[in-house]
Design a protein around this ligand. Structure first.
Ligand code: VG1
Ligand code: CO
Length: 568
């Protein structure tokens, strides 16, 4: 059973301005026709901006969500987004729909800018019924870019599959939506107002979140590290949502100099960049960290603030390793001193965390890709920390992955251990063994070809079990499915797995967040327990698996691609 309300309802501070908007208008019912492409993917509904700009497209999806929830009357929601193009306009539309539906309250982030983990925290802290997060995360923005919308439930986490499927079903039969014709609500000033039955509160998006971080981490210790003139660090917000959060937390609360922050002004098009914190798209930060006289620590976050990349001087921490290091050292950090209830990773994420769980004697769950699958385990008290290979890590403090949380965790660790990042990670490998890991993405492949590659491997795989290829022996070839241990729901077709006798793995998945063509992801993992072999270069260490994957999938051959679009 899920906890009903994770925290008792708390009272909001009352802002100085209170408006009562004379509500003479009445909700109108507007006839509409279904769109057939509104099935949410790994993380909400993501489409090109131009798709969302079609008349009624957004209205249909929001109304379908209300319908799937049994109506919005009397409910309280949080609203905000990553600040990308169309964010403001979409927010005003959602306000009109929610007011028409009789929502009791809307908590809206000032200027509509709200990070995904902060939205999750607000829902939990104030006992709200859920919220809409407007974001396409790490996908590029701007008029020719992507837009997205995600609904989170009362536990603060992404809607589970049961609900996203219900929303999709509603979207296929929708015939009308209710809307009120009101002027745009001023989102710039903190205020409290009422329109019809809906109380609308414009709130500071940063304060509650920053307070939460101060509860979890030892801010005095981190401030001491930052004040040390030998320690320099850089944080890159990639012109996305975390800029204001980073200014408050790193500069105002922890005393970092302003030049610690890169790209901290949120922009509608992310400065023309791709707000994805990895070695390819966070180029400037990566160049500095791998250049001459680099800072000791570097980090970046994505469009909506739920991802993180961790770098040391000349050193990249693979997200799977970051998760394992965090779990192994959690007892050193204020909020986690009591120990971990359990840990989890998404299926393609490396098994480095499994080694830590075994040592700690705690459970390690393996879930499908996407944060929505962790929610039930957290609510049932089985999990404390979890992560995904895709630069996502978090704990039970919210129900989303949390970029700044991971950055603060690392800063806290650095302050306690007084060791370079590279040293912390290599010592971890020597202690637990290393799992070499890499993901190769092939973006915007023709959809029919992608289907064919997946189908062929699904059919061939089982016949290859027992086959030897060099030192590799295939023991399992299947399509991953997951039965949720809490509510018993079954999720099938979550990725093709080739598992080998030495625990090496090749995984092939189709992405559920792309907006044009298909993106295929190949994941490679190889455990290494020999300290002498641990320092090899990752792609070299994985070469045998990479070659075997091509032999089995013919991915390059069939797509005509010479190399992956992105390697992480
Ligand atoms: C990707 C990642 C997945 C992550 C999802 C949402 O999904 O692989 O791990 O949860 O993005 O992250 P996919 O289906 O494209 O592989 V975010 O930061 O876009 O909310
Ligand atoms: Co994101």
């Amino acid at each position: 059973m899920r906890e009903q309300t994770p925290h008792p309802k708390r009272v909001f501070p009352t802002p100085k301005t209170f408006y009562r908007i004379a509500a003479t208008m009445k909700p109108q019912t507007i006839p509409t026709r279904p769109f057939t492409d509104q099935r949410p993917g790994t993380s909400g509904l993501r489409k090109k901006v131009t798709v969302f700009q079609q008349p009624h497209y957004l209205e249909n999806f929001v109304q379908s969500t209300f319908n799937a929830l049994g109506g919005i009357r009397g409910k309280r929601l949080v609203l905000g987004g990553d600040g990308r193009f169309f964010n403001q306009q979409a927010l005003q539309t959602i306000i009109r729909l929610a007011v028409a539906g009789g929502a009791a309250g809307l908590l809206i982030a000032r200027n509509g800018i709200l990070s995904t983990p902060a939205a999750s925290h607000l829902i939990r802290k104030y006992g709200l019924d859920g919220g809409f997060i407007l974001s396409a995360s790490h996908n590029p923005g701007g008029p020719a870019g992507d837009f997205g919308i995600k609904f989170n439930i009362a536990n603060g986490g992404p809607a589970p599959e049961k609900l996203t499927e219900a929303i999709y079903a509603e979207s296929l039969k929708i015939s009308a939506f209710q809307i009120v014709d009101i002027a745009a609500v001023d989102l710039e000033r903190l205020s409290l107002s009422r329109i019809l039955e809906t109380e609308i509160r414009i709130i500071d998006p940063v304060a509650d979140y920053a307070d939460l971080m101060a509860e979890l981490f030892d801010f005095d210790l981190i401030a001491g590290l930052i004040a040390d003139s030998d320690f320099r660090f850089l944080y890159d917000a990639m012109h996305a949502v975390t800029g204001p959060y980073a200014e408050e937390i790193f500069c105002r609360r922890l005393g970092a100099a302003p030049d610690t922050l890169l790209n901290c002004t949120p922009k509608e098009d992310f400065g023309g960049g791709h707000p994805d914190p990895n070695l390819k798209y966070a180029r400037r930060l990566v160049d500095i960290m791998f250049g001459p006289a680099p800072p000791a620590f570097g980090a970046a976050s994505d469009g909506d603030g739920d991802r993180n990349m961790i770098l040391g001087a000349g050193f990249f921490v693979t997200p799977s390793d970051s998760l394992a290091v965090i779990a192994a050292n959690a007892h050193l950090v204020k909020g986690y001193r009591k120990g971990l209830k359990g840990v989890a990773r998404s299926m393609p994420t490396s098994q480095a965390i499994d080694r830590v769980a075994a040592r700690l004697g705690i459970d390690c769950y393996e879930t499908p890709t996407g944060w929505k699958f962790f929610g039930n385990l957290f609510d049932a008290g089985r999990l404390s920390i979890c992560g995904e290979e895709s630069f996502g890590t978090s704990s039970d403090h919210v129900r989303e992955k949390d970029g700044l949380w991971a950055v603060l965790f690392w800063l806290n660790l650095l302050a306690v251990k007084k060791l370079p990042v590279a040293e912390i990670v290599t010592r971890h490998w020597r202690d637990y063994g290393r799992n070499f890991y890499s993901r190769h993405d092939y973006e915007e492949i023709d959809s029919t070809i992608a289907d064919r590659i997946m189908e062929e491997l699904a059919q061939r795989g089982p016949g290859l079990i027992g086959r030897r290829c060099g030192r590799l022996q295939l023991t399992v070839a299947d399509d991953f499915s997951y039965r949720d241990p809490i509510d018993g729901s079954l999720s099938c077709n979550q990725g093709l797995r080739l598992l080998f006798a030495d625990q090496s793995r090749i995984i092939l998945r189709r992405s559920g967040t792309g907006t044009s063509g298909a993106t295929l992801r190949l994941y490679f993992e190889k455990p290494e327990n020999d300290p002498a072999a641990m320092m090899s270069e990752t792609q070299t260490a994985l070469a045998e698996l990479i070659d075997l994957a091509e032999e089995l999938t013919r991915l390059k051959e069939l797509t005509g691609r010479r190399e992956p679009t992105v390697i992480t």
